[in-house]
Design a protein around this ligand. Structure first.
Ligand code: 6R9
Length: 655
C-alpha cells in the first residue's frame, strides 16, 4: 500500500471546489420509481433481512440456511443455498413465458447486427455447456475467455457458469504476455477466443496472441475459436477446435446442476499500478443478488419497456455486472456494441441510441469527455428522446462533464447516476437513486440501500460534514470479493490492514456540508505540494470547467522546492481550436481562481490523447514518468501504447 498522503495538520483543498447546482428527479420518474425513500428505510431497519429480500429476486434450488457468516475478513453469504447462475439469467425467463423477449440487440462495428432472444440464448448456452464438457472441462476448472465484444462471449461466460467452471475474462486489447501471466496464475485449462474482432474499421486479430501465450503452456488443453472476422489463423491440430464445429453440433438440452451459493463464479484480474495483477474472486449467490438489485434500483430498470445499454467492454467488471449478469437476471433487453465510438463516424453511439430507442445508457467519464472534445453538434443530430436515465462509472465525473452529459445527451431531462464501485466490490456501492436523489454534478452522493460506507480520517474516525479522508466500507456486502485467487494473505494486507475491521478500497473521498460523498480518485494519486494535500481529481475538474478544455490529467512531479509540483496534460474541446495565445497562462489563472494559488499547475501541456486503461482510467503513473523525464514503466495494459510516443514528442514545447 502506498503511504497515506493525508499528512496530519496539513490543510486540504478538499472543499474548495464548490458546486451548487442540483437536479431533482423528474416527477413522473419519481412517481413510478422502483426504489424509493422506503427502500433506504427498509435496509436501515434490518440490513440482513433486506438482503434476504433481495436474494428472493433469484430462483434458488434450495433456500439458504444462514444469510451471512462473517469471519472477518472472510464472508459467506446465503450459506446452504444452491442455485445456478445461468438458469437465473436464462431458463427461468423462458419457463415463465418470456422466451421471445430480446436479451441482446447486438451491433457489430461494420454494421452487421444480431437480435437474440432469451430462448435462443438459452439454447446456445446449453450447446456451449455440452461442448465444454466434451472438451474435458469440469466443475471448478478455470476457463480463460479472450474475445471481442460478440454474443459468443456472453454464451461462453454463461456456459462456464452453468457447468460450474470458473470463467476468467481477459480484455481482448491486452498483450500475449498479460494473457499468459493470467493463464498461469489462474491455472486455466481451456482458452476461448476468436480469430479476431472489428476495431476502428479493421479486423484486429486475437488468435495470434493466444497462440503465443499458449505455446509454452502445456496446461492449456484446448483453444476453442469463434470465427468472427474470417481472417487466416494458425492451427494446432488436437489443441485448437472451431466453435462452429464443436458447439454447433451439440444438443440444446443440458440439465443444469444447482451450485452452492459460495461456488466460485469468476475471477477477474485487476492490474493495479505496478504490482502483479490480483485475481479477484467472485462467487454466485451474493454476487447475483447485488448485481440484480443494483441494476433494478440504480437504473430504475423496467424490464418490459426499457432498452438498456452499458457501453463498456465485457473484459471490464462493468461488462460482467451490467452487460451480462445484472441485466440477464432481471430479464432486461440490452444493446451490445462491438466497436469504438468513432467508427465509422463520431455519432455512432447516438445513432445506436436512436436506432434501438435506448432508454438507459451507462458509460465512463472518459467517453463523455471525448464526446465533449468532439463537440455538442454531433449528438444534436440524433433523436435521443428515448433516454430517461444516464449512468457514469469508472472515474470521478467532473462536474462539467456531468452537466454536459445531462444536457447534450439527456436533453436536460434525465437524471445522471454517478456510480462508485470496483472490481472488488462486484456491484455498485455508492450512487444516487434516480427517483429519490437530487443529483449534484460530480458527487456519487450516498451508499445504496444495504451498504454501510463511510468517509474516515487517518485514525479511522468518521469525518464530519465538510471533512475529507478515505472511503471505507464498514459491513460486509453480498457481492464483495471473496479473496484474491491463491493469495489470502495479500487479500488481508491489501484491503483489511489499513484500518482495523474496515474494508479499504484505496480511494480518497470527502463528505460535503450536506453529508454527500465525493470520490477523489486513488490515494496514490494525491499530490503533496508545499505541505498541502491536493487531489488530482479536483485540479482536473477545475481545468475541465474551463470552456476550452475537454479532458485533463494531472500528476505530481517531484520538485526541489515544493516537494511535488503540479503538471497538467490537457486535451482541448473541438470548438477551442489550438486554444490561442496565452492559453497556458489563462488555464493556470483559472485553476488558481477556482481552487487557490497553491493548486496552480507548474506546467501545462496540450496533448491530443491521454494514456488509458481498458476502462478508460488515465494511467497517471506513465504521465509522471514523462513529467519527471524517466523511462516509461509497464505499458502492457494500455489500450494504445502509441499514445505515449505522441505525448513524449510534445515535451520540448512544455513550459
Ligand atoms: C467499476 C470500476 C475501480 C476504481 C475505484 C475508483 C474508480 C470507479 C468511480 C470511480 C469515482 C466513480 N471509480 N467508479 N471513482 N467515481 N463513479 O471502475 O472498477 O476498474 O476495478 O476500478 O475506479 O478509483 O477504486 P475498477
Amino acid at each position: 500500500m502506498a503511504e497515506t498522503p493525508q499528512g496530519q495538520g496539513h490543510e486540504t483543498l478538499s472543499n474548495l471546489l464548490q458546486e451548487s447546482r442540483r437536479f431533482p428527479p423528474p416527477a413522473d420518474l419519481a412517481a413510478h420509481a422502483n426504489a424509493t425513500a422506503g427502500t433506504y428505510e427498509a435496509a436501515d431497519t434490518d440490513r440482513l433481512g433486506f438482503w434476504e429480500e433481495q436474494a428472493r429476486r433469484l430462483t434458488w434450488d434450495r433456500p439458504w440456511d444462514t444469510v451471512l457468516e462473517w469471519n472477518p475478513p472472510f464472508a459467506k453469504w446465503f450459506t446452504g443455498g444452491t442455485l445456478n447462475a445461468a438458469v437465473n439469467c436464462l431458463d427461468r425467463h423462458v419457463e415463465a413465458g418470456r422466451g421471445d423477449r430480446v436479451a441482446y440487440y447486438w451491433e457489430g462495428e461494420p454494421g452487421d447486427t444480431r437480435t437474440i432472444t432469451y430462448a435462443q440464448l438459452t439454447d446456445e448456452v446449453c450447446k456451449a455447456s455440452n461442448a465444454l464438457i466434451e472438451l474435458g472441462v469440469a466443475k471448478g476448472d478455470r476457463v480463460a475467455i479472450y474475445m471481442p465484444m460478440i454474443p459468443e462471449t456472453v454464451v461462453a461466460m454463461l456456459a462456464c457458469a452453468r457447468i460450474g467452471a470458473v470463467h476468467m475474462v481477459v480484455f481482448g486489447g491486452f498483450s500475449a504476455d498479460a494473457l499468459g501471466t493470467r493463464l498461469d496464475d489462474s491455472e486455466a485449462k481451456v482458452v476461448i477466443t476468436a480469430d479476431g474482432g472489428y476495431r476502428r474499421g479493421k479486423a484486429s486479430s486475437l488468435k495470434p496472441a493466444v497462440d503465443e501465450a499458449v505455446a509454452d503452456r502445456p496446461a492449456i488443453e484446448h483453444v476453442l475459436v469463434v470465427r468472427r472476422t474470417g481472417q487466416a489463423v494458425d492451427w494446432t491440430d488436437g489443441r485448437d477446435v472451431w466453435w462452429h464445429d464443436t458447439v454447433g453440433r451439440q444438443s440444446t438440452e443440458h440439465a443444469a446442476e444447482a451450485h452452492d451459493a459460495e461456488h466460485p463464479l469468476y475471477i477477474m484480474y485487476t492490474s493495479g499500478t505496478t504490482a502483479k495483477p490480483k485475481g479477484i474472486l467472485h462467487t454466485t449467490g451474493g454476487y447475483l443478488t447485488q448485481v440484480a438489485f443494483t441494476h433494478w434500483a440504480v437504473f430504475d430498470l423496467k424490464p418490459e419497456t426499457d432498452i438498456f445499454w452499458t457501453a463498456a467492454d465485457i473484459g471490464w467488471v462493468t461488462g460482467h455486472s451490467y452487460i451480462v449478469y445484472g441485466p440477464l437476471c432481471n430479464g432486461a433487453t440490452s444493446v451490445m456494441y462491438e466497436g469504438t465510438p468513432d467508427t465509422p463516424h463520431k455519432g455512432r453511439f447516438w445513432e445506436i441510441v436512436e436506432k434501438y430507442r435506448v432508454s438507459i445508457a451507462y458509460m465512463a467519464p472518459t467517453a463523455i469527455r471525448t464526446f465533449m472534445k468532439w463537440g455538442e453538434d454531433i449528438p444534436a443530430g440524433f433523436d435521443m428522446s428515448s433516454l430517461r436515465v444516464l449512468g457514469s462509472v469508472g472515474e470521478p465525473i467532473n462536474p462539467e462533464a456531468y452537466t454536459w452529459y445531462r444536457k447534450n445527451i439527456g436533453g436536460d431531462r434525465t437524471p445522471v447516476v454517478d456510480t462508485w464501485w470496483q472490481t472488488e466490490t462486484g456491484a455498485i456501492m455508492v450512487s444516487p437513486l434516480p427517483g429519490v436523489t437530487a443529483g449534484k454534478p460530480g458527487a456519487a452522493m450516498r451508499p445504496i440501500p444495504g451498504i454501510v460506507a463511510d468517509v474516515v480520517d487517518e485514525e479511522a474516525k468518521s469525518v464530519p460534514d465538510g471533512g475529507g479522508g478515505f472511503i471505507v466500507v464498514r459491513e460486509p456486502w453480498p457481492s464483495m470479493l471473496r479473496g484474491i485467487w491463491g493469495d489470502p494473505q495479500r487479500y488481508q494486507d491489501t484491503y483489511w490492514s489499513r484500518f482495523e475491521g474496515l474494508y479499504f478500497p484505496g480511494d480518497g473521498a470527502k463528505r460535503d456540508e450536506d453529508g454527500d460523498i465525493w470520490l477523489l480518485g486513488r490515494v496514490d494519486d494525491v499530490m503533496l505540494v508545499s505541505g498541502h494535500n491536493i487531489s488530482t481529481t479536483e485540479v482536473e475538474s477545475a481545468l475541465v470547467s474551463h470552456p476550452k478544455v475537454a479532458e485533463a490529467a494531472v500528476v505530481g512531479a517531484s520538485d526541489p522546492v515544493t516537494g511535488q509540483g503540479i503538471v497538467a496534460f490537457v486535451i482541448l474541446r473541438g470548438e477551442a481550436g489550438d486554444g490561442g495565445d496565452g492559453l497556458v497562462k489563462e488555464l493556470r489563472d483559472h485553476v488558481s481562481a477556482s481552487l487557490g494559488p497553491i493548486a496552480k499547475p507548474r506546467q501545462i501541456m496540450v496533448v491530443p490523447e491521454l494514456p488509458k486503461t481498458r476502462s478508460g482510467k488515465i494511467m497517471r503513473r506513465l504521465l509522471r514518468d514523462v513529467a519527471e523525464n524517466r523511462r516509461l514503466g509497464d505499458v502492457t495494459t494500455l489500450t494504445d501504447s502509441a499514445v505515449m510516443d505522441v505525448i513524449a514528442a510534445k515535451l520540448p514545447e512544455a513550459k
